[in-house]
Design a binder for this molecule. Structure first.
Ligand code: ADP
Length: 323
């Protein structure tokens, strides 16, 4: 945006028209404060015109939608006089969002690490304070330390999985295999953790079906989805693995007859650390990262993920893979 020495707009380029939604023809000849007043762009220009010095500002402006801007105003000089101002704005909305997410993530990770650490410390202090000589109860404290250490380990494992899936150099090793067998293997791998729970599992993925994908990553996908279904579904329930043909994609669904998910939470389930009930998830040994690992692994294959649920009746978590 170019103004004259009095702050009257002389020109607006196509990018500025697009960003602000104001056509150049409408802005030219009007004061910068009348066209862009109230969102800070005008004050950057005026400051520069008054001081004759460049000005940088970060601001949040409401045009068609709210955008974060990094604005630089520079004076135009002719013969020592300030005869105008050039305003350059960079849209940093996406950058700000990423920065916010990063901060939130660090805060979440720290919190998740701290909870088991505090419990471990508390148990050890109790042991050192005398419980170590209490033959009848010391085992409980030690078992609690072991459980919490297991939680820390699970969290660190999931963080490493997530960071390796997110890294720019992640390798996708394609091979051809039967997804039915893979789902069966994931089911077998998680069974020992659910020894005391009676749940039926129906693997309805067709026997003849073959896919080309990264086997280890897809095993993790099946494992995480089945693990959730087994964790959240009360004993006596049914879990199934199914496929649907959806045009260019194959859709895989893991259905359960568990508690389901409230509609308002469904769109956020695949976010890191998002949990409907934090306490319940922790009690069941969850890290809150399982579904975001699923999402990353599936998206690496060019597929997508989602969940459908009727609260109180069960859920279906699905992912697609391109044919
Ligand atoms: P967690 O370690 O908590 O299982 P996930 O990322 O795997 O983390 O899942 C996030 C949340 O989604 C869970 O805490 C739970 O609230 C919800 N969820 C996932 N799977 C199911 C399911 N099969 N039934 C009901 N809720 C589920």
């Amino acid at each position: 945006i170019l103004t004259d020495g009095a702050g009257v707009i002389k020109a607006l380029n196509a990018a500025a028209e697009k960003l602000t939604g104001v056509p150049a023809a409408q802005a030219a000849g009007r004061r910068v404060g009348d066209v862009f007043g109230g969102n800070g762009l005008d004050s950057a220009a005026l400051e520069t015109l008054f001081s004759g010095k460049p000005v940088s500002k970060e601001l949040s402006a409401a045009f068609k939608e709210r955008v974060d801007l990094r604005v630089q105003a520079a004076p135009v000089r002719e013969g020592g006089l300030v005869t105008g101002c050039v305003l350059v704005a960079h849209d940093v909305t996406e950058l700000k969002k990423v920065e916010r997410m990063r901060k939130e993530f660090v805060a979440n990770v720290s919190h998740e690490l701290k909870t088991p650490l505090t419990a471990i410390k508390g148990n050890i202090e109790t042991l050192l304070g005398g419980a170590v000589d209490d033959r009848a109860h010391r085992g409980e404290f030690l078992n609690s330390v072991l459980r919490q250490a297991g939680r820390l380990e699970g969290l660190v494992d999931d963080l490493l999985r997530l960071s390796s899936l997110e890294s720019a150099t992640v390798a996708v090793e394609l091979s051809e295999f039967s997804p039915r067998l893979l789902a069966g293997e994931a089911h077998a791998a998680l069974l020992p953790a659910f020894k005391g729970k009676t749940l039926s599992f129906a693997n309805s993925i067709p026997e003849g079906l073959k896919i080309r994908a990264d086997r280890a990553k897809l095993e993790q996908v099946f494992f995480n989805l089945l693990d959730n279904a087994f964790k959240f579904t009360p004993g006596g329930g049914c879990i199934s693995a199914e496929t649907e043909d959806s045009g260019d994609n194959i859709k895989f669904l893991i259905r359960d007859t568990g508690p389901g998910v409230p509609a308002k939470d469904l769109p956020r389930l695949f976010e890191r650390f998002y949990r409907v009930d934090k306490a319940r998830s922790r009690e069941l040994g969850g890290t809150g990262l399982g579904l975001s690992i699923v999402k990353h692994a599936v998206e690496l294959h060019g597929g997508s993920v989602g969940a459908e649920s009727v609260e109180g009746r069960g859920s279906a978590f699905w992912f697609t893979l391109p044919k």
